[in-house]
Design a protein around this ligand. Structure first.
Ligand code: MSP
Length: 470
């Protein structure tokens, strides 16, 4: 049976998760829940990227083997995903035996497009990227993302002939056959594509020991990005398994920093394998702290577990899906998070539910509720175009309108006209339940609680508020 396949970037295991890692999972989860709601079956991959010198060095610093270190951090990512109330169908580790075997088979399938040559140039270990002379010059020899000088390397490598596919990739991006979101990133990618050289896809074992051996050449190890990108296929069992039920991916989610790997190298690999390109590549922005990138050296890295412990997963999901833009960089601060929690979640939604359910209960109201199957067209259009923050705003405006309606229609003042009171309360409760459906991909637990409260006989307010104020 045909399924919708959604993927997330697989983080390096050179550290524990930080709040920036949440976006991939939350956006994929909203997609998955929304599509499930509409009767689709969704295959949802996630996992961890475990090879490369970056990981090996961190492991050595911690006095551990790379595998021990990867085990610990991979488990931390897995726990983090669950803690967000996100439930991928698959979790792949690039050190899994199956991934390694399948990745080697992918290499073999790509071999008509592979040749060996000397790489004389620069490398950024932070990005795990080969750096062109132009990038080196533009950035004066220092990686702008990692603040470290590029390494000069000269080594015998295998190359992938990107030039075989550049014009086809360009055509598919331009025609939106592979749609890049947001639109302005598409232009950036097309500019990069023009200047993209063939890609080096291996490194000598002496420079990179922690990686997948190149089949048939023991002296070389696969470049980590080739290994990592293959995960989207190997998790489905490709090339051994038939993947036609899942391929092409309906949506691939990545941060803006790694879009270029996914919009250039990845499509070239797929064309080399005679596979279709993903339908949509969504690139989200960065979560900043006081307008700065989180980094260990600045000491501003925020541990997501601390934030989750403050008010639980629903509050976390609320902030990261509504106050962090889907596509652009956005700031996180504890103050903004606390304000959003108390004045929006607790006041706008929590109080609304409490107030309305209490009034309905006093009126002994029972709802004959038929869930509306059709979603508002504006909301569907936003959701179908992956404008998740805007769709969430749309739903929240309905919450705010309900508060306004209660205040202006004052159902509590109609004790002498129970019939009218009952009509108004029932109309408000039905509207809340309809709004609740729009909220459910974003706030699944809250939404479930609201459904239970208002479909109970009789309607009954929860004993404790949905979002307690400490
Ligand atoms: N291992 C690669 C991805 C390979 S995918 C085949 C990698 N890992 S990462 O750990 O650096 O990043 C994982 C994801 O987290 C990426 O989508 C990246 O953009 C995202 N983010 C990392 N820091 C971020 C923020 N501060 N804000 C938002 N997302 C960020 O790249």
């Amino acid at each position: 049976m045909k399924q919708l396949y959604v993927t997330t970037a697989i983080p390096y295991v050179n550290g524990k998760p930080h709040i920036g890692h949440a976006l991939d999972y939350l956006l994929a989860d909203v997609f998955s829940r929304y599509k499930n709601q509409q009767g689709n079956v969704v295959r949802f991959q996630s996992g961890t990227d475990e090879h490369g010198n970056k990981v090996a060095k961190k492991a050595a610093e911690a006095g551990k083997t790379p595998k021990e270190y990867a085990d610990e951090n991979s488990a931390a990512f897995r726990d983090f995903i669950e803690a967000l109330n996100v439930h991928p169908t698959d979790f792949i580790r690039t050190t899994d035996k199956k991934h390694i075997e399948l990745c080697q088979k992918i290499w073999q399938k790509l071999s008509p497009h592979i040749y060996s040559a000397t790489y004389d140039g620069f490398y950024c270990e932070g990005c795990e990227a080969f750096v062109t002379k132009k990038e080196f010059d533009d950035n004066r020899g220092v990686c702008p993302d990692h603040g470290k000088p590029y390494q000069k390397i000269s080594e015998e490598n295998y190359y992938f002939r990107l030039s075989d596919f550049k014009s086809e990739i360009r055509a598919k991006i331009e025609s939106d056959e592979m749609k890049i979101l947001p639109e302005f990133r598409k232009k950036e990618v097309l500019n990069l594509l023009d200047n993209a050289p063939d890609v080096s896809i291996s490194r000598p074992k002496k420079s990179l020991t922690w990686g997948i051996p190149v089949p048939g050449d023991d002296s070389q190890v696969m470049y980590v990005w080739l290994d990592a990108l293959s995960n989207y296929l190997t998790v489905l069992g490709y090339p051994d398994a038939d993947i036609s039920d899942y391929w092409p991916p309906a949506l691939q989610i990545v941060g803006k920093d790694i879009l270029r790997f996914h919009a250039i190298i990845w499509p070239a690999m797929l064309l080399g394998l005679n596979l279709e390109l993903p339908k949509v590549l969504l690139s989200h922005g960065y979560i900043l702290v006081n307008s700065e990138k989180m980094s260990k050296s600045l000491g501003n890295v925020i541990d997501p577990v601390e934030i989750l412990n403050l008010h639980g997963p629903e509050a976390f999901r609320y902030f990261f899906l509504r106050h962090i833009d889907t596509f652009l960089d956005s700031d996180f601060s504890l103050e903004q998070f606390e304000t959003a929690y108390s004045s929006e979640l607790a006041n706008d939604l929590g109080n609304l539910v409490q107030r309305l359910a209490t009034l309905c209960n006093k009126n002994n109201l029972e709802l004959i509720y038929e869930p509306r199957t059709e979603l508002p067209a504006d909301y569907s259009s936003l959701m179908d175009n992956f404008e998740y923050k805007k769709a969430f705003d749309f739903a929240w405006e309905k919450v705010q309108n309900l508060n306004k309606r209660i205040d202006s229609e004052k159902p509590w003042a109609l004790k002498d006209d129970p019939e009218k009171q009952s009509d108004i309360l029932s109309s408000l409760a039905k509207e809340l339940l309809a709004t609740n459906i729009l909220l459910s991909p974003f706030l699944p637990d809250t939404s479930e609680k609201i459904t239970k409260i208002f479909t109970n006989t009789p309607i009954k307010a929860p004993d404790s508020p949905l979002f307690p104020k400490n």
